[in-house]
Design a protein around this ligand. Structure first.
Ligand SMILES: *Cc1c(COP(=O)(O)O)cnc(C)c1O
Length: 452
């Protein structure tokens, strides 16, 4: 096995360029090479097992090699692996669309497939902008977004979810957007209380949106939790109020639930916590149970109908990808949704969410170098800082977050940080014992690394 590992390692180091990875460091280290999955565990080529505490980058839902999803994909393979959705339809694509509409927030009636989160957001962006062009309100071309949001790595998605660290080299390519300041910035950067921060964020959003209500096409936001930018939580009222502000000013309300969708926050969709439904909804990550790259952008009938006309009017939504609506992905997604239904997944999560919350609040927040803990359901960010009270960061060269996850890996738990924020994103079906192990290990590792 060691020989096998070394051969693969050499090939990896010679041939590959990994995403979001400083390859100089990567090539100086021993890679962990996964060969199998087993329930909530990953298995490497040495046969070592790791608890998948990050749901394989936030997308796994019911564990690996879940029989029902495996079987659905195998059955679909025996029919057809791929056939185009451009000018043709197929069985699992139709069935999945109906299922998605059944469970989606009220008013969403049309499903447009793509391949990943970034494309789901690009589709939403183009739909929103074209919608207003077709409606004759041609001055509505601008997009409002939240500061410190993340919507993916394609050019449109980067424009909307700009991160200085990730995207500064492409700043010249990106289109300008209106950025609203979310509550956490008021809270942490200006030291306001939770209630005052919410108030300030709402006031600012109302003012900025009203001032430019005639040129805005849409507000695009991650509801409840701004994930990849560092797990920044919002109160549900913020989502509810922004939805209201959009309605009042006649602009489209677009939710990117790529990360928060499919039970992640403790309800099927995060917007249910706020009691609102968007005009356009972006879904990816958990849609196939974490099996295959598939995404969907859902829209209201009002938006859809604006695109109707004779071909010669050229109102068509000219957008698509070769693998749009891939049948294997649709079959996996259908099986995923059936499991949600048959196993009451969201209901069964509730006591474990409470347990998670209790342990975070009772144990983690009092650690010397934990400066904040943010949680919505099974989305958790544990922020580490050199000084707890002032939130003074550790010097980046210390790579504290990275060291915590390496320490956890030694103890058979796989997680991935966002800088010095430790992220916990367990599969929704994680058992009580496994969740306890995840928390025990992360607690010990945070202490071992930060209090050494
Ligand atoms: C991950 C993520 C994306 C991008 O999805 P990809 O599948 O990686 O392109 C977009 N929006 C949010 C909120 C995400 O968490």
């Amino acid at each position: 096995m060691t020989l096998y590992h070394d051969k693969l390692k050499q090939l990896d180091h010679n041939c590959l360029w990994h995403p979001f990875t400083q390859m100089q460091e990567w090539m100086a280290e021993d890679p962990c090479i996964i060969s199998q999955g087993d329930g909530h565990f990953l298995v490497d080529v040495h046969g070592r097992k790791y608890l998948d505490g990050m749901s394989s980058l936030w997308c796994n839902v019911h564990g690996h090699r879940k029989k029902e999803i495996d079987d659905a994909i195998k059955a679909q393979l025996d029919r057809i692996a791929h056939s185009t959705f451009l000018g043709l339809s197929h069985v699992p694509g139709i069935q999945l669309a109906q299922k998605l509409i059944d469970i989606a927030p009220k008013g969403l009636r049309r499903v447009f497939y793509s391949d990943n989160g970034a494309t789901a957001v690009e589709v939403a962006l183009k739909m929103a902008v074209q919608y207003w062009q077709l409606k004759g309100e041609t001055q509505r071309t601008r997009i409002a977004t939240l500061a410190e949001s993340y919507h993916g790595d394609t050019v449109g998605s980067m424009s909307m979810g700009y991160s200085e660290t990730f995207h500064r080299f492409y700043a010249g390519l990106l289109f300008p957007v209106m950025r609203l300041t979310p509550p956490h910035v008021f809270r942490y950067c200006q030291g306001l209380s939770e209630a005052d921060a919410l108030n300030a964020a709402v006031k600012e959003a109302e003012k900025k949106i009203e001032a430019e209500r005639d040129t805005l096409a849409a507000l695009v936001m991650e509801p409840l939790m701004q994930g990849a930018a560092g797990m920044w939580a919002q109160p549900a009222e913020y989502v509810a109020t922004l939805s209201e502000v959009c309605r009042r000013n006649g602009i489209l309300f677009v939710l990117d639930e790529v990360a928060t969708g499919f039970g992640r926050t403790g309800k099927m969709f995060a917007c249910e916590h706020a009691g609102v439904a968007p005009d356009i909804l972006c879904l990816a990550k958990g849609i196939t149970g974490g099996y295959l790259p598939l995404a969907a952008t859902l829209a209201t009938e009002e938006i859809f109908s604006a695109f109707l006309g004779e071909y010669k009017e050229y109102k068509t939504f000219f957008h698509g990808h070769t693998y749009t609506g891939n049948p294997l992905g649709c079959a996996a997604a259908l099986a995923n949704l059936e499991i949600f239904e048959h196993e009451n997944i969201v209901e069964k999560m509730q006591p474990r969410i409470t347990y998670l919350q209790k342990r975070l609040n009772e144990e983690f927040v009092s650690l010397a170098h934990v400066s904040d803990v943010r949680q919505w359901g099974f989305m958790v960010g544990i922020e580490l800082a050199e000084d707890q009270a002032s939130r003074k960061k550790f010097p980046p060269e210390k790579r504290i977050g990275h060291r915590v996850i390496l320490e956890a890996r030694e103890r058979a738990v796989m997680i991935r940080p966002l800088g010095d924020v430790i992220i916990l994103m367990p599969p929704l079906s994680i058992t009580d014992d496994e969740l306890r192990t995840l928390l025990d290990v992360v607690y010990d590792c945070v202490r071992a690394v930060t209090e050494e």
